[in-house]
Design a protein around this ligand. Structure first.
Ligand code: KIV
Ligand code: NA
Length: 277
């Protein structure tokens, strides 16, 4: 399958073909996402929580994002990869934003970057797009601002919040964003934004009327031990399988029932396999 581009995503919106986005952080995960036919992979800074063990995304660094995007890229080179710009990496100055985006794109091979928030962030978005960097905008619940907002809550519940969200969405498109991720907003508000914008709107906890959906890999397969929000559908319980595998392995080593005969090299086989024969 040919790697999709931003114009494919625009066409998919026009044709009403849902866009499938899923997060990935490592090589085996990325390989499985590509195999499943995801249209785009997000190397999200949710990395901080689901992989690195932090309790929010604000500890994630540029180096973390580049390191993990490289791993994803190695096994999903045929998929459009979006990488989150981490906390405070696109706020200090336009020059620093540009340099950080350059690093992410050139060092890791990401196809686009994602920036949370509105206002001044849109000026940075414009500068990036003008330089040729595809930008995905992220509005609604923006986890990097959780310290200011005081928690992970549904956004756009009141009429005035909804009005601001609509205005921001419009401005994201005007600033040149190629897609908009909307997190944790009422379905009705997301639907209005989907209709109003010509760029694709990808929802997470944003209901059924968006142009696509994104979920966190670890939530889909049940690999995250922390809180699972209402909008998640968990399609597998991989923690259960891993727990069983590990405890059986532990038991068998202690009981000396592993390794079995079939796992053991004879001297001749050992030499052959060393030489790849
Ligand atoms: O970091 C992330 O995984 C994200 C998605 C939840 C949209 O930003
Ligand atoms: Na993120």
């Amino acid at each position: 399958m040919l790697k999709k581009t931003t114009s494919d995503f625009l066409r998919m919106k026009k044709d009403g073909h849902p866009i499938v986005m899923v997060t990935a952080y490592d090589a085996p995960g990325a390989e499985l996402c590509e195999e499943a036919g995801a249209d785009t992979i997000l190397v999200g800074d949710s990395l901080g929580m689901v992989v690195l063990g932090y309790d929010s995304t604000v500890s994630v660094t540029m180096e973390d994002m580049i390191h993990h995007t490289k791993a994803v890229k190695r096994k999903a080179s045929g998929t459009f990869i979006v990488t989150d710009m981490p906390f405070m990496s696109y706020h200090i100055s336009k020059a620093e934003t540009m340099l950080n985006a350059q690093k992410i794109i050139q060092e890791s091979g990401a196809d686009a970057v994602k920036l949370e928030g509105s206002g001044e962030v849109f000026r940075h978005t414009e500068a990036l797009v003008e330089a040729g960097v595809p930008v995905v905008s992220h509005l609604g619940l923006t986890p990097q601002t959780v310290g200011v907002t005081g928690g992970y809550k549904v956004q756009g519940k009141t009429a005035s919040e909804q009005k601001k969200l609509m205005e921001d969405a419009k401005e994201a498109e005007k600033a040149g964003a190629c897609m908009l991720v909307l997190e944790c907003v009422p379905e009705e508000a997301a639907g209005k934004i989907q209709e109003m914008l010509s760029i694709p709107v990808i929802g997470i906890g944003a209901g059924r009327i968006t142009d696509g959906q994104v979920l966190v890999y670890h939530d889909i397969v049940g690999y995250y031990g922390g809180h699972t929000p209402k909008f998640v559908k968990q399609y597998a319980d991989i923690r259960k399988d891993i727990r069983e595998a590990l405890s059986t392995y532990t038991k068998e080593v202690r009981e000396k029932t592993f390794p079995e005969k079939s796992h053991v090299f004879s001297p001749v086989e050992k030499i052959n396999s060393l030489y790849g024969e």
